[in-house]
Design a protein around this ligand. Structure first.
Ligand code: DX5
Ligand code: ZN
Length: 227
């Protein structure tokens, strides 16, 4: 049985052929959409109109990773666009606004996630960890696809697993994003990751569906061995 979910990141897809590339990942578990505003991160990607079209053309749940300075102001746009899961960065919000963001996402009936940059301690999730559906551990500095996995990110995954248990949130999914492929998926899966974001490892492969299957297989094997 497969436990690990794969979320291909369309940042590595062809933005002029998004519908074609979304069809090429039909065996994925969800589609990961990186929204970047050129302020929170140095890169600029896409916004609500394109997220809306992606939601219309894919059958997969849409996971929106908001790398923007003002997530609280923009949540309604992405809720209206039809996203299934909204992921806000803890670094972009103070504690009160982080709680507001999670509550607002839940009130709209979506799944709520919070993300940590590589240098942000796991403890930054504390104010909301009991309420979250998913926590995202970034294993590269956010901004670009195709970077190398930062060694030791799996230790933060294990830390978040412990924090979630201590907070009584046994259902919390842990997502890892950045430099995940055949070599690194087993590391983070063994540490307790449930959802793996893959940009280049999927969209730069000759056969994206086969790449999804291979990463998932390697991750499942490592997870089982670690249990
Ligand atoms: C980076 C993005 C990632 C990125 C992953 O800021 O959040 O989702 O697209 O790409 P790879 O898997 O190539 O590192
Ligand atoms: Zn991402």
């Amino acid at each position: 049985m497969s436990n690990i979910a794969i979320a291909p990141s369309i940042l590595s897809a062809d933005f002029c052929n998004l519908e074609r590339d979304l069809k090429a990942i039909a065996n994925a578990d969800l589609v990961h959409v990186d929204v970047m505003d050129h302020h929170f991160v140095p890169n600029l990607t896409l916004g609500e109109p394109i997220v809306g079209r992606i939601c219309q053309v894919t059958d997969l749940p849409v996971d929106v990773h908001l790398m923007i300075d003002n997530p609280l102001d923009e949540l309604p746009w992405f809720i209206d666009a039809g996203a299934d899961l909204l992921n806000v960065h803890v670094e972009a919000l103070d504690e009160a606004d982080l709680k507001r963001a999670v509550a607002q996402i839940h009130e709209a009936g979506l799944l709520a996630a919070a993300a940590l940059k590589p240098k942000t301690p796991a403890s930054a999730l504390s104010p909301v960890i009991a309420e979250l559906d998913m926590a995202l551990v970034m294993s590269v500095e956010p901004g670009f696809s195709g970077q190398s996995y930062i060694a030791g990110s799996d230790l933060k995954v294990a830390e978040v697993v412990q924090m979630a248990r201590a907070a009584g949130n046994e259902e919390l999914l842990i997502q890892v994003d950045g430099g995940i492929g055949l070599a690194t998926a087993p590391l983070v899966a063994a540490a307790g990751a449930d959802v793996l974001v893959c940009g280049n490892a999927v969209f730069r492969a000759d056969d994206p569906q086969a790449a999804i299957g291979a990463v998932k297989g390697a991750a499942d094997e490592a997870r089982e061995a670690a249990l």
